[in-house]
Design a protein around this ligand. Structure first.
Ligand SMILES: [Zn+2]
Length: 891
């Protein structure tokens, strides 16, 4: 028996569970009367609500159970699949009558959304019978955890609560619950969080529990901050949601987030600056919602704040986008325990369950406002859509016209994206004249007399103006060395970011046309497929880059001309044009090229002969063979996850080319000889010096000298300037200042200050960074004679964020192939401080410096910013593929 006893003790010792769950009584709403027949989270998942951070699969399981138990009141709708294959879904909860008629109600809402074709009497009837609707969206940032569990609390409560208050809501309101907007990021957070937990939870902000490893759970699989993606729709999670919202046009959209743990709770009204395309009626409702939330927070003793941060100027937030179809959209922000518990600066403990409870109360209070204001909300929505079309009819811009003379793939993508936004885009099927210009068939037209008028203006205008009083206040803050209050970039014009030409016409264009669909890539084709010599693929858009990527991976032999040429057929081909000869390729080339054109969207042209009338022949030294490069990138601390993610995304999802991610520690000593290209993404706080060290710098120098291509993005370029043997001969500039070096003595000569301005000048610091620029679109000039810019237009638009300004390379060191334009031409869209504008002018955006058999290619700003400055992507792809073709490793 003693043996048994010892083994029993061992068993006990080995099996003390970590992170024991204590029951937490949530959700609570005053006056609730919960029906015990409705399944609780504890009954379905085995732990009570708030006692554990639910994984994506558990959240889905709970909603599936509710839908199974209450089919008359719940409908689950899948709307997207994440990159890692997790389903995204929303649950519609309503009265049995509403759920039975859900399809009909949604169809009615879509009719109400287009007053142009709706007789007034019918509109009135729809307004009488339609319910209000609220969409609660949780946990877009995967490490903002409590909103997802609060979504389960709300679903349970709506089905279980028999109180009059809840029944009144369900009588006239449909509730859409989107419990987990970012399942991949949330899964990353939850799995790694529980992996750090020991016998007891730690509330210490030093603990591993409170410090996520790189990359944190905020982003999705490709490390995108999806709360910036609503204008460009690059990610499937956002694309799916934007499509789903247009099924019903919910009248209120709540995007539920978390913020720093020392803060309280934030809800509407939002901070300045407002986007001027948001209407006064919308702001009025934001106040009403805030007031009722405040009423319940007061009742329960919860702190909150409004207005001070989280502005609604940038339209790419979840809390912004629905405003532009006429809804009320808001962000709610709960202080995050970022785990089970967190010790606040005041010594109190904030728990995960606190977050679940407060979010639940804010959601419920919002539903109450929606139900009370149902008629106003519906009426406002209808009026918004009606007056938007009418405003467009009278606007000084009646038609946006894209001539579409180059970059067919870029145009197709943008028009597809606009269509996904619910904007009607037409493509002319014949030539036409408008506002003094002639247009070819194929030009695209966006008429402004649409219910999406405000969204059209917001997305297509170069600049959305910021309030001048607000700007004056920012200048004042800057003069006092205080940070500005601009929360995000000040420019996002899609035509500028795609670098497409756009005309604005003050008259309605009448021309026969067809309506554009939501496809962003159309199948390509091959002209003269049986041509004797082979094929040309004109270089200059993403379809040609996709063709190249696939052709290289299939082992086809590709050459690319560094110079433009005129073929015997009389057509001029741009620098970079791909050449596939039959002689160098397998016998089934015709079929392969046809398949590649179909998939990539490229327009391929067969040629019978290689003879050119002008420019290099295909056997010239100016025509390079493209090898399929092995591409690696740095991954993990200290890279900025957003830069790393988009650098990988543009290659992998933009053109289908695989990238190997390598952690910095490996780069100190690794043999990199089987790679041709290494990309250093921008960094977060720390630069690369500490992560790579001298060993890493030497290793990467040898990599380049042996024939590698080293590409730096944004502030990673700074690392190239460091050490005794810098890899790039540029320098970073300080802020321009008259200030002289201070004397190293305790006493200095006296100085007279006659004017207050002189005092201000004396306060200026010595040798500091230029001021931080929140983000504008800058015009840059492209050297048309360099192989790195083959196929690129003479002007590109880059985002400019931050405070880095680099000196140009001297002519004996390298080339500044893309430079910012002069001070008067620099600003393409948005807002920049005057001092920065003057200093950035003419400075390099893209430098290339040959070194040994390879080269260093440095972007001084992020070319893949949010993967939405599409006009920069081909330049980045040139750096990778044409950079590799111009290196000369021993093969
Ligand atoms: Zn967030």
């Amino acid at each position: 028996m003693p043996n048994f006893r010892r083994s029993w003790l061992l068993l006990l010792a080995c099996c003390l569970p970590v992170f024991a769950a204590e029951p937490i009584p949530t959700p609570q709403f005053p006056g609730s009367d919960h029906n015990p027949a409705v399944a609780t989270v504890e009954q379905v998942l085995g732990y009570s609500l708030g006692a554990r951070i639910s994984e994506p699969a558990a959240i889905a399981r709970y909603f599936e159970q509710l839908a199974k138990d209450h089919p008359e009141q719940v409908r689950l709708v899948p709307y997207a699949t994440s990159w890692q294959g997790r389903p995204l879904f929303y649950a519609v909860i309503g009265s049995p009558d509403h759920i039975a008629r859900l399809d009909e109600i949604e169809a009615d809402m879509r009719r109400l959304a287009d007053p142009r074709s709706l007789p007034t009497a019918e509109a009135r009837a729809l307004l009488q019978r339609l319910p209000a609707s609220v969409w609660i969206a949780s946990t877009l940032h995967g490490n903002e955890i409590s909103p997802a569990d609060a979504a389960m609390a709300l679903a349970y409560h709506l089905l279980a609560d028999r109180s009059e208050r809840t029944q009144a809501i369900l009588a006239n309101t449909l509730v859409y619950i989107d419990p987990l907007q970012n399942p991949d990021g949330h899964h990353r957070f939850v799995s790694r969080y529980y992996a750090t937990v020991g016998l007891a939870h730690s509330s210490d902000r030093l603990s591993a529990e409170q410090n996520e490893p790189w990359p944190n759970g905020r982003t999705n699989h490709y490390l995108f901050d999806m709360n910036r993606d609503w204008i460009s729709l690059t990610q499937p999670e956002i694309r799916g949601r934007v499509q789903a919202l247009q099924q019903m046009y919910p009248l209120i959209f709540v995007d539920s987030h978390e913020m720093g743990g020392d803060m309280g709770y934030y809800f509407s009204p939002e901070a300045e600056p407002y986007n001027p395309h948001i209407q006064a009626e919308q702001r009025a409702v934001l106040h009403k919602i805030g007031q009722n939330n405040a009423h319940w927070f007061d009742e329960l003793g919860y702190d909150y704040f409004t207005r001070e941060i989280f502005d609604a100027f940038y339209p790419g937030y979840g809390a912004s986008w629905p405003l532009y179809y006429g809804s009320i959209a808001m962000t709610y922000e709960m202080a995050s325990a970022r785990g089970h518990q967190f010790r606040k600066r005041d010594g109190t403990i904030l728990t995960f369950a606190d977050g679940v409870q407060r979010n639940f109360v804010a959601f419920k209070a919002t539903l109450e406002t929606a139900s009370r204001e149902a008629n106003t909300l519906l009426q406002n929505f209808y009026q918004y859509r009606l007056s938007a079309s009418q405003q467009g009819e009278k606007d000084s811009i009646r038609s946006y016209i894209f001539p579409a003379q180059r970059d067919a793939a870029g145009h197709q993508k943008l028009m597809g994206v606009l269509t996904q936004h619910g904007i009607e885009v037409d493509q002319a099927t014949e030539g036409f004249r408008a506002c003094g210009n002639s247009y070819q068939p194929g030009a695209y037209i966006v008429h402004t007399n649409q219910p999406s008028y405000h969204l059209i203006r917001t997305l297509l205008d170069d600049t959305v103006p910021m309030d001048s009083v607000f700007i004056a206040r920012q200048e004042e803050r800057r003069a006092n060395n205080l940070p500005d209050q601009i929360y995000d970039v000040t420019a996002w014009s899609l035509p500028l970011m795609y670098n497409l030409e756009l005309d604005r016409c003050n008259r309605a264009v009448r021309v026969s046309s067809s309506r554009v669909g939501p496809e962003t890539v159309l199948p390509g084709s091959v002209q003269q497929p049986d041509a004797r010599f082979g094929y040309l693929v004109p270089w200059g858009d993403m379809a040609s880059a996709r063709f190249m990527s696939r052709a290289l991976q299939q082992g086809l032999h590709l050459r690319s001309s560094d110079l433009a040429f005129t073929h015997q057929n009389g057509k001029r081909y741009p620098a970079g044009t791909l050449i596939l000869s039959r002689a160098d390729n397998p016998s089934e080339l015709t079929e392969l090229v046809q398949q590649l054109a179909l998939e990539s969207g490229a327009l391929v042209e067969g040629i019978d002969s290689s003879w050119v009338l002008d420019g290099p022949n295909f056997g010239s030294m100016n025509v390079k063979t493209l090898h399929a490069p092995q591409v690696a990138m740095v991954w993990d601390e200290p890279t900025n996850p957003l830069s790393a993610g988009s650098a990988r995304f543009v290659l992998e999802q933009g053109i289908g080319y695989p990238v190997t991610a390598i952690r910095p520690a490996q780069l100190r000593t690794a043999d990199l000889s089987h790679y041709q290209v290494l990309i250093l993404p921008a960094t977060s706080r720390a630069g690369y010096s500490a992560a790579l060290g001298l060993a890493g710098q030497n290793n990467l120098r040898h990599f380049v000298e042996r024939g590698g291509v080293l590409i730096t993005l944004g502030n990673a370029t700074e690392w190239l300037l460091e050490g005794e043997q810098p890899l790039l001969a540029s320098k970073r500039e300080y802020r321009i200042s008259e200030q002289e070096k201070p004397l190293d003595e305790p006493r200095v000569p006296g100085r007279l200050l006659a004017e207050q301005q002189e005092l201000q000048a004396m306060l200026e610091p010595y040798r500091v960074d230029p001021d931080w620029v929140p983000g504008f679109l800058a015009n840059a000039r492209v050297d048309q004679n360099h192989w790195l810019t083959a196929g690129i237009a003479p002007t590109v638009r880059s985002i400019y964020v931050g405070n880095q300004v680099y000196q140009p390379l001297r002519i004996n060191d390298g080339r500044n192939v893309v430079s910012f334009k002069g001070p008067d031409e620099l600003l393409a869209g948005g807002f920049v401080w005057d001092e920065n504008r003057l200093q950035i002018a003419h400075k390099p955006l893209l430098m290339v410096q040959p070194r040994g058999r390879g080269q260093v290619i440095a972007f001084t700003q992020e070319p893949n910013f949010r993967a939405y400055v599409d006009g920069m992507h081909l330049l980045y792809i040139n750096a990778v593929f044409r950079g590799a073709a111009h290196a000369t490793p021993l093969r």
